[in-house]
Design a protein around this ligand. Structure first.
Ligand SMILES: Nc1ncnc2c1ncn2[C@@H]1O[C@H](COP(=O)(O)OP(=O)(O)O)[C@@H](O)[C@H]1O
Ligand SMILES: [Mg+2]
Length: 321
């Protein structure tokens, strides 16, 4: 977790100006005519053992970011480096990067036993020659996530939502990945179960030295797991800072409004519901993507795209600061 020993130490994952534009319409000749500008050049580093929270409203491009980093989507532009080595994302998914999904049921094959589901990545990557060794690894993974080896022969529908997410985590861990991209892993779970899954992920992180990119749609969900947090809006990062600094001193108007939307448990504290006003802007706007909804936007915000700069330790894309 501490990378101060050597100033030259490379980040575990480095994302540089990553873009993904989907073709949504083609012309008569089959040439692209319209695009969805889902990811518009995001950049960040993640160090070993660290958790970077990636937060933004639904549709802002979080899943696209995760899938493009993994090599599931071919990037339109930009690069991803693992241990300083540039990944060839045209080759498809990279085994050292694994993903945990929001809906643990949709991604678990209902006709496979839990043992087969967890063992599949081992099989695909030819990790074990020996059947017995593979079986033992499956049992070990089940126990690691708080399930028992007796459950290996059961099917996904026999498990609760929280248990299914544990199966998804065990499957992601099977091939000892360097980094796990967690795409809203607790959003679909009951509130009472969310903390259990987050605690499990934190324990595994400590025990195994894991690194996470933890995606969520609100800041409350990533608060207890993130070392740093990146706030995304319409395919771009608006603010990135140490978690403590971000929650204590949000600087970007968008981060402020997201934080104001966190429900306050104390019923005597009244919320400011004036929060986010206006429409979601067009994806190909020239200026700041948030300008349309920003109460402080000036002329310049509509005309000129703010570049990310360092302000008091926060990386921030805003003309107002
Ligand atoms: N395969 C796709 N083809 C076209 N548009 C897509 C595709 N996947 C996502 N999008 C669009 O990209 C934007 C971001 O989507 P997504 O990454 O799923 O957002 P999030 O995960 O933050 O909710 C949305 O407007 C969505 O409609
Ligand atoms: Mg998503």
């Amino acid at each position: 977790m501490n990378n101060t020993e050597s100033p030259n130490i490379k980040p575990l994952l480095s994302v540089k100006n990553l873009k993904k534009h989907f073709v949504t319409k083609k012309n008569f000749f089959g040439h692209p005519k319209e695009y969805a500008y889902s990811l518009n050049g995001i950049s960040f580093d993640i160090n070993k053992g660290e958790t970077l929270g990636l937060v933004g409203e639904s549709g802002c491009g979080k899943t696209t970011a995760g899938r493009t980093i993994m090599g599931i989507y071919k990037p339109t532009d930009g690069e991803v480096y693992l241990h300083g080595e540039r990944l060839d994302l045209t080759k498809g998914p990279e085994k050292r990067i694994q993903m945990i999904f929001q809906d643990p049921y949709a991604c678990l094959n209902p006709r496979m036993t839990v043992g087969e589901i967890i063992g599949e990545p081992l099989e695909i990557n030819h990790v074990y020659e020996d059947k017995k060794a593979k079986q033992n690894r499956i049992y070990e993974l089940l126990e690691l996530v708080g399930l028992s080896k007796e459950q290996a022969n059961r099917f996904p529908h026999e498990f609760s939502g929280g248990q299914r997410q544990r199966i998804g985590i065990a499957r992601a861990l099977a091939v000892n990945p360097d980094i796990i991209i967690c795409d809203e892993p607790i959003s679909a779970l009951d509130v009472s179960i969310q903390a259990q899954v987050v605690n499990l992920m934190r324990r595994l992180q400590k025990e195994l030295g894991l690194t996470y990119l933890f995606i969520a749609h609100d800041l409350a969900m990533v608060k207890y797991i993130s070392d740093r947090v990146a706030v995304m809006y319409m395919g771009e990062i608006m603010e990135l800072a140490e978690a403590e600094a971000l929650y204590a001193n949000p600087m970007h108007p968008y981060t402020k409004s997201l934080l104001a939307a966190i429900p306050v448990p104390d019923p005597d504290v009244h919320q400011d519901i004036s929060i986010i006003k206006g429409e979601i802007g067009a994806a190909d706007v020239v200026g700041c993507p948030f300008a349309l909804r920003c109460s402080q936007a000036s002329d310049r915000c509509f005309k000129e795209k703010p570049v990310i700069k360092d302000v008091e330790g926060h990386k921030i894309a805003c003309h107002l600061l």
